[in-house]
Design a protein around this ligand. Structure first.
Ligand code: SF4
Length: 310
């Protein structure tokens, strides 16, 4: 069966075997991070609504979990910010009521955690992985490029309040962009903010595959270790990007893999998600590259848009 809103399962370094749930169209987000592996945000918004039908997402999850798959997590992540979907609470509750054996994780940029509707919606998750890249307003604006009205102070306050109320685990992620948030002053501000939040784990991350802006470079392993030590004695360096970083292929390998698959038979994005275990957002990005290079073309068929080798 082809799924529209599920992807994977992928084998993630952090989450084990994880089934992805993607609740927003590519690329809908409250942020437009310079390092985003899904490319630039095309729909920069803070508006919560039912971006995809809640009932259809639940039906897909129900159909999948009814087969009792061996999973470590059902993870909300994908083409943007999952908490923008107004039905996320209902979907999490469905999983916990019907399939309590499965743990639920939510990957979020944390921008909306100060909204009581969002924090209530996430209360039944087992794990929330928010990101916090900057405390200073200027650096927050430079790295995360939020939708109008979001400030670093509001985001931090929302995250701190949520952490006090949430009974599950919080793993906080800090993404280091050299030249932006790696100054001593900003790292010390982040350290103090993290102390107030009190997450269960802290993970320090940097660019692992192409980001939205070509000038973004990864921090060195040594720099990451140094920053992790300042942030907290227990901080881990994970060195891969936001959302689910399970997927090992680098750009070249991924495009080769996609091309080899498409050469065998034309595929839709859904086919490729099922075959390769990559996220829809990543597949779209690589397909755009191959198309721009004239190596594949689109063909519109009844079942959707197919990609075939030229
Ligand atoms: S990295 Fe995450 S928060 Fe930032 S733009 Fe991409 S999806 Fe949104």
């Amino acid at each position: 069966m082809a799924y529209r809103y599920l992807f994977g399962p992928v084998c993630s370094r952090r989450l084990g075997v994880s089934l992805g749930v993607d609740l927003v169209p590519l690329k809908t987000c409250t942020f437009n991070c310079v390092y985003c592996e899904c490319g630039r945000t095309t729909s920069l918004t803070g508006e919560r609504r039912e971006y995809v039908p809640t009932g259809q997402v639940i039906a897909e999850i129900d159909g999948y979990l009814a087969t009792i798959p061996d999973l470590d997590y059902v993870t909300f992540a994908g083409s943007g910010e999952p908490t923008l979907h107004s039905g996320i609470g209902e979907i999490i509750s469905f999983i916990k009521d019907r399939y309590p054996r499965y743990r639920v994780a939510v990957l979020t940029n944390g921008a909306l955690l100060g909204d009581p509707d969002v924090s209530t919606a996430l209360m039944r998750a087992d794990l929330v992985i928010p990101s916090l890249d900057a405390v200073s307003e200027e650096i927050f604006q430079e790295i995360n490029r939020p939708c109008p009205g979001l400030t670093a102070g509001d985001v931090l306050e929302g995250l701190t309040t949520f952490a006090r109320e949430f009974e599950g685990e919080i793993w906080l992620e800090v993404f280091i962009v050299p030249g932006q948030n790696d100054t001593e002053e900003e790292i010390l501000r982040l350290r103090d903010a993290i102390a107030a939040i009190g997450p269960d784990r802290i993970q320090v991350n940097t660019l692992d595959r192409p980001g939205a802006e070509i000038w973004v470079r990864p921090a060195s392993p040594l720099a990451l270790e140094r920053i992790a030590a300042v942030l907290c004695g227990d901080a881990e360096v994970i060195g891969a990007v936001c959302m689910d970083r399970a997927l090992p292929p680098k750009t070249g390998e991924a495009t080769d893999l996609l091309l080899a698959t498409i050469r065998r038979r034309p595929c839709t994005i859904d086919d490729l998600v099922g075959t390769l275990g990559l996220r829809p957002a990543e597949i779209s990005k690589y397909l755009r590259v191959l198309e721009a290079e004239g190596r594949i073309e689109q063909v519109k068929e009844k079942r959707g848009i197919f990609y075939r080798a030229v």
